[in-house]
Design a protein around this ligand. Structure first.
Ligand code: HEC
Length: 115
């Protein structure tokens, strides 16, 4: 466990540094949503890490152009390729994640997401 903690520390520190950097632009709700997103969604929905390509689509305000209902359903219920989070997050917490995702600009390049 200790090794795991020390292995994660540099990444945590980077997270805190970027949090401090952007915090003034985000509401408390959006900051909470970002924390949940980084903990539970980033592994599949952010740009490639050292070892893995992005697995799900890159999420942004563009995800919600046809409304919140479908993305929220996906977050709650999941899909064959994505776990559902309705037992992990309350609907208020899912709202926070959505509020945060809506602060993100659509990616300019095409993500290499595989459906
Ligand atoms: C195991 C990897 C994985 C995790 C973890 C994951 N997702 Fe996904 N997600 C996917 C994949 C893959 C898709 C593409 C659609 C599909 O295959 O279901 C997707 C699709 C979505 C969509 C629909 C996007 C669209 O354009 O229609 C939303 C919204 C979404 N995810 C939100 C989240 C949120 C929020 C979390 C964290 C609470 C999360 N996902 C965690 C893999 C993941």
């Amino acid at each position: 466990m200790n090794r795991l903690v020390s292995a994660c520390l540099p990444f945590l520190a980077m997270g805190f540094a970027s949090a401090a950097f952007a915090a003034e632009n985000l509401s408390d709700q959006q900051l909470e949503g970002r924390r949940f997103f980084q903990q539970s969604c980033g592994i599949c929905h952010t740009k490639p890490t050292l070892t893995s390509p992005v697995f799900g689509p890159v999420l942004s305000k563009a995800t919600f152009t046809t409304g919140d209902a479908q993305p929220k359903k996906q977050i709650a219920d999941g899909s064959p390729n994505m776990p559902g989070f309705k037992y992990h997050f309350t609907s208020t917490q899912i709202d926070s994640i959505v509020a945060y995702l809506k602060t993100l600009d659509a990616p300019t390049e095409t993500p290499e997401a595989k459906k």
